[in-house]
Design a binder for this molecule. Structure first.
Ligand code: B1M
Length: 221
C-alpha cells in the first residue's frame, strides 16, 4: 500500500469508527516509516473534522461521533509516546482540564501530548472539571499555567466561572490562564480575561512558552 492509500484508508476507517482497523493502519503507517505527525494531521484529524461536519448536516448522530472519537483515541494511544519523545528539560508546569459540563477530551489530550513533548510537566485533571477542582490542583501543584478546554458553545462560559473562582481564591495573579477548544476564539479569550488562547496543539505549545518567557522577563526587571 502506498503512503497516500494508507492515509486515505485511515481517514475512511476513522470516519466510520472502525477502531481495530484504525489501530492496524496507524501501526502499519509507522512501520512504513511515516511520521506520527503525518498520520495525525493528514488523516486522523481531518477525518474527525468531517465527522463533525456530517453531524452538523444531520448525516451522523451522537453514536457515530462516539465511535469515531474512540477509534481516534486508540490511534492517539499509539502515537502519544512518539509525539512526546524529545528529552527536553522541564520548561514549566501546566494544569489542564476540560471544563465542567463538557466530556470532549481528544483535543485536550493532544495538547497535553504536545506540551509534554515540548518539556512541560502536565497535570491532566480530565473532563467535566469543576472550578473547585482547578483551585485545589493549582494550590497543590503551583503551576505556571492553568489551561481550560471547552468544545461546546454552552460550556465556554465556564472559562469566566473558573477565572472568577481563581480571583475569589486569591490565585489569579499567581497563575497564567490559557483557554482553547473548537468553538473558542481569540476575541472570546480576551473577553473572559484569559492570558492566552491557541487554535491548535502546536500553537498552544508556542503560546505557553511565550507566556512563561514574558512572565519571567517581567519578573526580572
Ligand atoms: Co461532540 N460536538 N458533542 N462529541 N464532537 C463537537 C465539538 C461539535 C463541534 C460537532 C458539530 O456540531 N460540528 C459540536 C459542538 C457545537 C458547538 O457547541 N459549537 C458537538 C456537540 C453538539 C456534541 C453534543 C452536545 C451532541 C449531543 O449530545 N447532542 C455532545 C456533548 C457532550 C458533552 O460534552 N456534554 C457531544 C458528544 C461527543 C462525543 C462524546 C460523542 C464525542 C467526544 C469523544 C471524546 O472527546 N472523547 C464527540 C466528538 C468526537 C466530536 C467531534 C466530532 C470531534 C472532536 C474532536 O475530537 N476533534 C466534534 C466536531 C469537531 O470538532 N469538528 C464535536 C479533534 C480534535 C483534535 O480537535 O477538539 O478542536 P479539537 O482540539 C484542538 C483545538 O480545539 C485545540 O487544540 C486541539 C488539538 O489541535 N485545543 C486547545 C483544545 N483544547 C485546547 C486548550 C488550549 C489550547 C488549545 O489551551 C488550554
Amino acid at each position: 500500500m502506498s503512503p497516500e492509500d494508507l492515509l486515505r484508508e485511515l481517514y475512511d476507517r476513522t470516519l466510520v469508527g472502525n477502531a481495530p482497523e484504525v489501530l492496524r493502519l496507524t501501526n502499519e503507517g509507522l512501520t512504513m516509516g511515516m511520521s506520527p505527525e503525518t498520520l495525525l494531521f493528514d488523516s486522523l484529524i481531518p477525518s474527525l473534522e468531517e465527522v463533525g461536519a456530517r453531524f452538523e448536516r444531520g448525516d451522523f448522530f451522537v453514536p457515530e461521533m462516539l465511535i469515531a472519537g474512540k477509534a481516534m483515541a486508540g490511534a492517539l494511544d499509539v502515537l502519544r509516546p512518539l509525539l512526546a519523545e524529545t528529552g527536553a528539560e522541564t520548561v514549566g508546569t501546566f494544569v489542564m482540564g476540560t471544563v465542567k459540563g463538557d466530556v470532549h477530551d481528544i483535543g485536550k489530550n493532544l495538547v497535553n501530548i504536545m506540551l509534554e513533548g515540548a518539556g512541560f510537566q502536565v497535570i491532566d485533571l480530565g473532563v467535566q472539571v469543576a472550578p473547585e477542582r482547578f483551585i485545589e490542583a493549582i494550590q497543590e501543584h503551583q503551576p505556571d499555567i492553568v489551561g481550560f478546554s471547552a468544545f461546546l458553545t454552552t460550556t465556554m462560559p465556564m472559562f469566566k466561572a473558573n477565572i472568577n473562582a481563581l480571583e475569589k481564591a486569591g490565585l489569579r495573579d499567581q497563575v497564567l490562564v490559557m483557554v482553547g477548544g473548537a468553538p473558542v476564539t481569540q476575541e472570546y479569550a480576551d473577553a473572559v480575561g484569559a492570558d492566552g488562547y491557541a487554535a491548535d496543539a502546536s500553537a498552544a505549545v508556542a503560546k505557553a512558552k511565550a507566556l512563561i518567557a514574558a512572565r519571567r522577563a517581567s519578573a526580572t526587571v
